[in-house]
Write a protein that binds this ligand. Structure first.
Ligand code: 0RA
Length: 655
């Protein structure tokens, strides 16, 4: 018996050792994302309990020292002695790869978890992990160190009452992770998302690491309907409340909520499969889109709502201003795509198509007013698209966005391979002058922008296209950058063929690095925000392809005796003062790029050997969208509130 037991123990150790040797295979990376993933892995297990109908409350707490505790009131991980292994079942769950807490046979219908690797992976990657289970009138406690139980059988105590649940506390292993600072915003966002996706569940989040602790509590009785409402915040919805339906077929379940907003042209469809955000879309999204187009068109036909009977509404017409959340649950999800966030199950397309078609048709036939509003809105979109197409053709021919005539203000570089080329969008002529003289003309191009850039958030398409600064910019970069202006239907949509690699937008542009270079003052920040808004709304693929950067000019030139140093923030200024003594430091504050001579600008901001540039990423498209709507949109009151709230601790969130 004991020989057998030892053999099994060795197998367990080997499993955990594999995780510790190659953590990225299990959690994606050992950076922040991988670290945060540990929390999600534990929470997903509690969510599974909730989906099985046994858990109503989940508490997540980050303690100082980055120790995380997840408490749930589910059934508790089984604590009886596992027949084969002769140790408590919970210890098996905690130490066996892919056991994932779900035993064969009686498993749950569906389960989440990005990599679905199970809680044992968290255990293997934690310096310490403590688990407490309440079940069968007992309290079971066990502790592990880097996955290895500290006590071969754990501790059982009798307790009063019949409360059940699981508490997992873990401290990530600092020898595995680059650092062990959890990211509050990302965890908070995911917990909120999970609360939307699992109607009614209470998720409490506490971050106790800072002087002012964060305490959030999420519970949404409306589920994904509340999610759509929150995505529409500060926008003008077409009807109220958002449409919602839920459908079941065989072992597939789909929930859809949707709304249209009238002051916004993009679409925002957020999709999930088994609670996992499918950023790259997939077969559920394709099915939804096909059904949406078909259902609305047949409604329009049935009630004779279209004057022009020959043309039906296209997918693009019906996606303008669309805000939707789609959540599917299925037994064996296949995740594909570059980041494994694309649902690949081919059968899902047809199922979702048919369920959404019937759900949507039923809804608008019961609420014909809403159906009419949608048809009306899409018809306007259709007309605008037609007009824009004409205007764009005209504009192209007239001032020739596509011609090879580059704007006069552009100081182009001599290199012809776009992959090696950079373009600096520089605020003002004087800074533009310095940049032109300071640059390496072989591969760096300069485009000075005069005055304020148009706020695209408030302008209509035709106005944006006729704006001088914007035209100049897109002509220089390459008109293909404007993915947000695509007027041709559906050409971008091929979610069914993951094998077909879409070429990066960068391959169509004249430069692979677009660098925003503005002054380090309020005006500079404003212009930078206007430019970011423009790129975010109309050239988002360029950002997603990693083509947009923000230059970081220094704030100060510090001198003391022979020591000379540029400081890029106040912390560096402090450090210099600490090091060289405060007396007699010469501080030159740069108010504008124009104050730097060309050599200095090169040395501090443009020289690839020395500069630091921020690459603009869309870490969180939704949040970016919210902030842009808030800061640049037409509603004033929420903007004032936001500014008043954050004015005191402004910092650049990694936009
Ligand atoms: C295995 C089986 C059952 C529940 C769980 C694991 C479980 C795991 C975790 C992880 C965190 N919280 C959890 N809660 C439950 C089913 C137990 C039964 O059938 O009673």
């Amino acid at each position: 018996m004991s020989g057998n037991y030892d053999a099994k123990q060795i197998k367990v150790l080997e499993g955990l050792e594999a995780v510790r040797k190659r953590p990225s295979m299990y959690i994606g990376s050992t950076g922040r994302n991988g670290l945060n993933h540990l929390v999600f892995e534990v929470v997903d297990n509690s969510i599974d309990e909730a989906m099985a109908g046994h858990c109503t409350v989940i508490d997540v707490t980050i303690e100082p020292d980055n120790i995380v505790t997840v408490v749930d009131n589910g059934r508790g991980i089984p604590i009886d002695i596992h027949k084969d292994k002769n140790i408590p079942a919970v210890d098996v769950v905690m130490t066996t790869l892919h056991a994932g807490g779900k035993f064969e046979g009686e498993g749950y219908k569906v389960s989440g978890g990005l990599h679905g690797v199970g809680i044992s992976v968290v255990n293997a990657l934690s310096e310490d992990l403590n688990v407490v289970v309440y079940r069968n009138g007992q309290k079971y406690t066990q502790s592990f160190s880097r996955g290895i139980p500290k006590n071969p059988q754990g501790t059982y105590e009798k307790v009063e009452g019949n409360a059940t649940g699981t508490t997992v506390t873990f401290k990530p292993d600092s020898t595995i992770f680059e650092d062990t600072e959890f990211t509050s915003e990302i965890i908070d966002h995911r917990l909120k998302e999970l609360a939307f996706l699992n109607k009614g569940i209470i998720i409490n989040f506490k971050d106790l690491r800072y002087e002012t602790p964060t305490e959030k509590s999420y519970q949404f009785e409306g589920g994904i309907k509340s999610y759509v409402e929150s995505l529409c915040e500060n926008k003008t919805p077409l009807f109220s409340p958002p449409m919602y339906f839920k459908k079941l077929r065989d072992k597939y379940e789909i929930e859809v909520s949707l709304q249209y907003v009238s002051d916004y042209y993009d679409e925002q469809v957020v999709t999930f499969a088994n609670n996992i955000r499918t950023k790259e879309g997939g077969t559920h999204l394709s099915g939804f889109r096909t059904a949406l187009t078909r259902a609305i068109n047949s409604f329009a036909k049935k009630f004779d709502l279209q004057k022009d009977k020959k043309t039906s509404l296209t997918g693009a017409d019906l996606r303008e201003g669309l805000v939707a959340v789609i959540s599917v649950r299925l037994e064996h999800p296949q995740f594909e795509g570059q980041t494994k966030t694309k649902l690949g199950n081919s059968e899902v397309k047809g199922i979702v198509d048919s369920l959404v078609d019937s759900g949507l048709s039923d809804y608008i036939e019961t609420n014909p007013k809403i159906g009419r509003l949608i048809v009306q809105k899409a018809t306007i979109a259709q007309r605008v698209r037609e007009a824009t197409r004409k205007a764009q053709d005209l504009a192209r021919r007239k001032t020739s966005l596509e011609s090879t005539t580059l704007p006069g203000k552009l100081a182009d570089c001599s290199e012809r391979d776009p992959a090696l080329c950079e373009i600096f969008l520089v605020e003002g002529d004087s800074a533009g002058g310095s940049a032109k003289q300071g640059r390496d003309r072989n591969y760096q191009a300069i485009l000075p922008l005069r005055g304020k850039v148009l706020n695209v958030e408030k302008a209509r398409l035709d106005k944006i296209l006729s704006n001088e600064e914007i035209r100049t910019m897109i002509t220089a970069i390459g008109p293909e950058a404007l993915t947000g202006f695509r007027v041709d239907d559906d050409e971008d949509i091929d979610t069914d063929h993951p094998e077909k690699e879409v070429p990066s937008i960068l391959s169509k542009l004249r430069y692979h690095k677009i660098v925003i270079m503005t002054d380090a003052d309020v005006d500079g920040a404003h212009i930078r925000t206007l430019l970011l808004t423009f790129f975010f709304r109309h050239a988002r693929e360029l950002i997603e392809a990693g083509g947009l950067y923000i230059a970081q000019p220094p704030l100060y030139l510090l001198k003391k005796g022979k020591n000379k140093q540029y400081a890029y923030n106040d912390k560096e200024l402090e450090a210099f003062a600490e090091k060289h003594g405060r007396e007699g430091i010469g501080i030159q504050r740069y108010k504008g790029l124009g104050e730097m001579n060309p050599d200095q600008l090169w040395e501090t901001t443009m020289d690839p050997e020395k500069r630091t540039m921020l690459q603009v990423t869309i870490e969180d498209g939704e949040e970016a969208d919210e902030i842009f709507t808030l800061l640049m949109g037409s509603k004033v009151e929420p903007r004032r509130e936001f500014i008043e709230k954050y004015a005191k601790n402004v910092r650049w969130i990694d936009v």
